[in-house]
Design a protein around this ligand. Structure first.
Ligand code: WT7
Length: 648
């Protein structure tokens, strides 16, 4: 790649919150020299404490770190109440529906909606502090109200992405032993209604016995099944509730929410975030990375079912007192100019999306951005996967008119907020490079034993000091938490957090993320565990064995490629592939569908029975096999599979 460096726009840098690398280093050196002092200053400045904390960082039970112990606060206060004095009339949320219907929700109105829903959950359904509430919601304002209402009364929400199947939903309900599900009849997508409530019905028909009630928001007005006694109408019940509900004082370390994500083995894990540290970093990164200001209109295109939607549609922008856009539809409907039309119509100043979406918008509407007035844009962001240089260039030149910084934000569900990212007014940017750790975040690229990986070589991307917004544990499975994140890398003999990603540092100290080092596939910026997809495929009666790997995909970044061994090889057919994909859709959801399947007589395994996915990845890409195959139980299988893949 060209080593051209893009310096911050001087016009922008003038008033930016962090406006030079000197200022960046001042902050970062302060953190290095006095870590707790650094965090204390920001916690004191940013958080509206109800009761002060007594300890910045408690490392006595590592890696179960505690931040701001015994402090009391409430996230819905941090995001709403404390802004009401001067922002009651300011838009908190700008909602645009699939069909172009728009709602402006001021902080004053947001407060009323959240308070009445808090009352409803508390009074009618007996939801208490610590109870789990599952949200299976479309991208409508009520989803944000529900999140904030949970935080107000101290309930722990667990949002399940609306694209997950009933089986996936049921698993998550059961693992969290949730008390109530909040959903909607459905919503609109590409001009047509789609349904969600029926998925909840199916999930609960098959289990989910902890659920006492289903609260249903009306959105698309389609007819739905109604289970008397279990199902309740949000729209009817909310009328009776008061718009005042005092917020519950929460302890800093009280769980704020769970969000399930895939690992390389086993079932999805319930990543548990804590209250104070999470909201502090959500707010700080909103201010630093997006340089959010008073009159900004900020739009993140993620779905609230993912961590990006949690931190950078709801919690971060609202904690920072900003205006956040929520969009129900897809950016390419009714045409490839939809996203740019929305940027124009709402005067969007910061736009944050995934490389997958950028590639799609580039491919389907290269010149579309030029048809709209995008002149208010100041910062463009990307997240979820490495961005390729051609997509970066188009985003920078055509969308940003060569004047907006692109912040390539590297982070994870587990990190709660951004870890490595350019600062738009400070960092000279190398395209498609996440650049530097944010102030306060201590990252190192190391070998398993902690020795620094040499410049220009791939090493393990570790975060070697605990940080406030980090995962606290895996719900109900503390051992898996320790094993998953603190089991691989050590520094000075102590376990450090390993992200699961590889990374490289260059001679200027710039960090480039090179992708997962484990058996996790990144499909459209979303994590899919190979083990989960394989378990789903195995549910098909004809399948004897299976191995899935990621294969580079023009739009999605990676697609899923499956090698399937049939019980009866004569059954192999295109229809069987379709039938297997149906099982995946039922078990996980459409996001896990395979892009390609091949039927093979066997998969390459070591003598101890471990699938050699490295070889399968190379074969899927059509690469020559250079790896050593002598440790395989049956080395000849490689050539056989190679031939099958080549023949398609
Ligand atoms: C994984 C985390 C973070 C919210 C969306 C995904 C990959 C994330 C980048 C980036 C290269 C990235 C990593 C990471 N990733 N951002 N800017 N450049 N890779 O959250 O589902 O928890 O996935 O996404 O592999 O580990 P997630």
């Amino acid at each position: 790649m060209s080593e051209k460096i893009f310096n911050p726009n001087p016009e922008f840098a003038k008033d930016a919150k962090i406006n030079s690398m000197e200022q960046y280093w001042e902050l970062q050196n302060r953190a290095i020299e006095d870590y707790e002092g650094f965090w204390k200053d920001f916690a004191d400045e940013k958080i509206d404490w109800i009761e002060p904390y007594d300890n910045v960082l408690d490392e006595s039970n590592a890696p179960f770190y505690k931040w701001f112990s015994n402090g009391k606060l409430n996230v819905s206060n941090q995001c709403i109440d404390r802004h009401l004095a001067d922002k009651a009339e300011q838009n908190a949320i700008v909602f645009e529906g699939d069909k172009g219907d728009v709602q402006h929700i001021t902080y004053g109105q947001l407060s009323e909606r959240v308070n009445e829903l808090s009352n409803l959950l508390k009074n009618k359904f007996g939801v208490k502090k610590g109870d789990r509430v599952v949200l299976y919601m479309p991208m409508i304002p009520e989803a944000a109200y529900a999140m904030l209402a949970c935080t107000r009364i101290g309930a722990i929400h667990s949002i399940v992405f609306g694209g997950f199947s009933s089986e996936a939903l049921r698993d998550r309900i059961e693992d969290a032993e949730a008390k109530i599900v909040i959903t909607a009849d459905g919503a609109f997508r590409k001009g047509k209604p789609y349904m969600l409530k029926n998925v909840v019905d199916d999930a609960l028909d098959a289990g989910g016995d902890s659920i006492e009630a289903v609260l249903v928001v009306k959105r698309n007005n389609e007819e739905i099944k109604w289970v008397e006694g279990r199902d309740h109408s949000y729209n009817e019940l909310i009328e009776a509730e008061s718009t005042e509900c005092p917020f519950e004082p929460m302890e800093s370390e009280d769980p704020l929410f769970l969000l399930y994500t895939s690992g390389s083995t086993g079932k999805p894990k319930g990543v548990q975030h804590a209250t104070a540290g999470y909201i502090l970093w959500a707010q700080m990164t909103m201010e630093w990375v997006f340089d959010l200001r008073k009159d900004d209109v900020y739009w993140c295109t993620a779905d609230i079912g993912w961590i990006t939607g949690h931190t950078y549609i709801v919690y971060g922008p609202l904690a920072a007192g900003g205006t956040t856009v929520m969009f129900e539809g897809v950016p390419t409907y009714p045409d490839a100019g939809r996203a740019w039309k929305m940027v124009q119509d709402h005067n969007v100043t910061q736009f944050y999306t995934a490389p997958t979406a950028i590639r799609l918008l580039h491919k389907t509407g290269e010149d579309e951005p030029k048809k709209y007035d995008l002149s208010k844009l100041r910062v463009l962001g990307t997240v979820g996967e490495p961005i390729d240089p051609p997509a970066w260039k188009w985003y920078y030149e055509v969308v940003g008119n060569s004047k907006c910084a692109i912040v390539d934000t590297y982070w994870q569900t587990e990190t709660g907020g951004h870890m490595i990212s350019p600062l738009p007014g400070a960092t000279p940017i190398k395209p498609a490079c996440a650049t530097f750790a944010l102030p306060g975040i201590i990252t190192e690229i190391i070998e398993e034993d902690g020795t620094p990986t040499p410049i220009g070589e791939k090493g393990f991307m570790c975060i070697t000091r605990p940080w406030p917004s980090m995962i606290r544990t895996i719900w109900n499975d503390p051992n898996r938490f320790v094993k998953s994140y603190f089991g691989d890398c050590k520094k000075d003999g102590e376990a450090v957090y390993f992200t699961g990603d590889g990374a490289m540092i260059d001679e200027d100290g710039y960090i480039t993320i090179t992708g997962r080092t484990d058996d996790v596939i990144n499909v459209s910026g979303h994590r899919m565990g190979t083990a989960e997809v394989e378990a789903a495929i195995k549910k098909h009666d004809s399948v004897a064995a299976v191995a899935v790997v990621g294969k580079p995909h023009e739009i999605k970044g990676e697609g899923i490629f499956a090698y399937i061994v049939l019980k009866d090889p004569s059954e192999a057919s295109e229809d069987l592939k379709i039938a297997i994909n149906k099982v995946i859709k039922k078990e996980i959801g459409a996001i896990a569908l395979c892009d390609a399947m091949v039927f093979v007589p066997d998969v390459p395994k070591t003598r101890s029975g471990k699938i050699m996915r490295r070889i399968l990845r190379s074969l899927a890409k059509g690469e020559e096999i250079t790896q050593d195959t002598s440790t395989l139980e049956d080395p000849s299988i490689v050539e056989v599979i190679e031939k099958i893949v080549k023949e398609g």
